[in-house]
Design a protein around this ligand. Structure first.
Ligand code: ARG
Length: 472
């Protein structure tokens, strides 16, 4: 008989290299808290249902609490020969308390145990992500409010297009993050389903009470099919997918930050404390954080692809392939959390160069649409107005002038509809103020976006606090 916890039918012990290959303790040990909380709930339920004695239950709970303390104090040594976190803890418990420990695994398989731990772990980490999304949204709103009157060129095709408020630009990212918040809230809901009691795949012959375990561990729902309970990894794929989309948003913001702090743009300046230099070129100040966030986005997308590929084609129910669900999602959790935290800091330390942004709007033709709109409002069909404005731009390029430099005579030559008020109409501030359609860049619209943002953040904060309280 082999020494392993499942050694009964084996004549030999596991080859050491084979064991190193198949063990997961190096990464699943981060679920020790969930494993212990899950086992305490399971033992409590077993005793309540008369499956183990109260004395055994008390010994188990005492022993597990002891192990928790040891792990948290750093004096628990994990043994790779024991494969994973579940068997490391169970073996240590049994060494300490004897037969009571050996009864803990009644009516349970590692298949439903690992599913339970991962659900609980992901639930808790998802709440952390929600909190960090909220803080990033707060940083965006602070920056927008601090620069409420700053006008910049809005771009399409990375060509200056129309003047916009810098705050409006930041609020676009706020909206993306608001959807990210919703998506992660959905991830939470799908992680909040209790799998324990599925056994290895088919349920158990013991008279267990799954509802009780779900209540003790604050789960909203219980898996209704035992095969699904042990083989569902949707919540992990959903986490990775929400994480990939979130990272894509941060990556776009990173790309813009990188552009904005080039000498060519000079729209913003990052805090010295948030940049690094070059070991050769003394003048350099590099936006490494933005580059890394952009770079790490690929990694998270890679984890999503890996998980989808792992699950695709897997027969029911548990297969060891599913152990591959953890490293990717753990790394995605770390990456997303770190990226959000770091980027909020970048935003808060960013100096906005209002004058440079202003110049980029004034020494430009991004008011050409407003010139066309002016004529259309005087009755000229828009297509014709567009043609006149295009002609005006062509003329200005030839004359090395901007639209606002044209004399009244030159304006009249382009169209008799032009009057003195054209000057006011193509002022950047007017261009912005007049885009007052719902969701537009006008000061009034941005003002109402900002107040809606405050309301939403208050709701998100309440939601996050509520979920925090549910964590074990
Ligand atoms: N370490 C395993 C995992 O993470 C635990 C479940 C193992 N179950 C089994 N039947 N080998 O998936």
């Amino acid at each position: 008989m082999s020494e392993a916890m499942w050694g009964g039918r084996f004549a030999k012990t596991t080859d050491e290299m084979i064991n190193d290959f198949q063990a997961s303790i190096s990464f699943d040990k981060r679920m020790y808290r969930e494993d212990i909380a899950g086992s305490i709930a399971h033992a409590t339920m077993l005793a309540k249902c008369g499956i183990i004695s109260d004395a055994d239950k008390d010994a188990i709970i005492g022993g597990l609490k002891d192990i928790l303390k040891k792990i948290e104090n750093g004096d628990f040594s994990f043994d790779v020969a024991l494969e994973d976190i579940h068997m490391n803890i169970e073996k240590r418990l049994t060494d300490a308390i004897g037969d009571a420990g050996a009864r803990l695994h009644t009516a349970r398989s590692r298949n439903d145990q690992v599913a339970l731990d991962t659900h609980m772990y992901l639930r808790r980490e998802t709440v952390e992500v929600l909190r960090l999304i909220l803080d990033m949204q707060q940083a965006l709103i602070e920056t927008a409010k601090k620069n409420a009157d700053v006008i910049m060129p809005g771009y399409t095709h990375l060509q200056r297009a129309q003047p916009i408020l810098f705050a409006h630009h930041l609020l676009a990212y706020f909206s993306m993050l608001a959807r990210d918040f919703e998506r992660f809230r959905g991830v939470y809901a799908r992680a909040d389903i209790m799998p324990l009691g599925a056994g290895a795949l088919a349920g158990t012959t013991f008279p267990i009470d799954r509802k009780m375990v779900a209540d003790v561990l604050h789960f909203d729902r219980i898996y209704t099919n035992s095969l699904d309970a042990v083989s569902d990894r949707d919540y992990i794929m959903e986490f990775l997918s929400a994480a990939s989309i979130l990272m894509a948003h941060l990556s776009r913001l990173s790309e813009e930050t990188i552009l904005w702090c080039t000498r060519e743009f000079s729209f913003v300046e990052l805090d010295d404390a948030h940049c690094t230099g070059s070991s050769m070129m003394p003048q350099k100040k590099n936006p490494d954080v933005s580059e890394l966030v952009r770079g790490k986005t690929g990694r998270v997308i890679g984890h999503l692809t890996a998980m989808l590929t792992t699950v695709k084609g897997l027969p029911l129910a548990y297969n060891k392939d599913l152990q591959e669900d953890k490293e990717g999602v753990f790394d995605a959790i770390d990456t997303v959390k770190f990226s959000l935290a770091v980027y909020a800091r970048i935003l808060r330390g960013m100096k906005v160069r209002k004058d440079v942004m202003r110049r980029a709007v004034e020494e430009d033709f991004s008011n050409a649409t407003d010139l066309a709109d002016y004529l259309a409002k005087k009755g000229l069909p828009f297509r014709k107005a567009h043609a006149v404005a295009g002609e005006a731009v062509g003329y200005c390029i030839e004359q090395k002038k901007w639209l606002q430099d044209l004399s009244m005579e030159e304006f009249k030559k382009l169209s008799p509809l032009f009057e003195e008020d054209i000057r006011e109409a193509i002022q950047p501030d007017t261009c912005v103020k007049n885009r007052n359609s719902l969701g537009g860049t006008s000061n009034a619209q941005v003002e109402s976006q900002l107040s809606a943002a405050d309301t939403l953040m208050a709701e998100e904060a309440r939601e996050t606090d509520k979920l925090t309280e549910k964590q074990i």
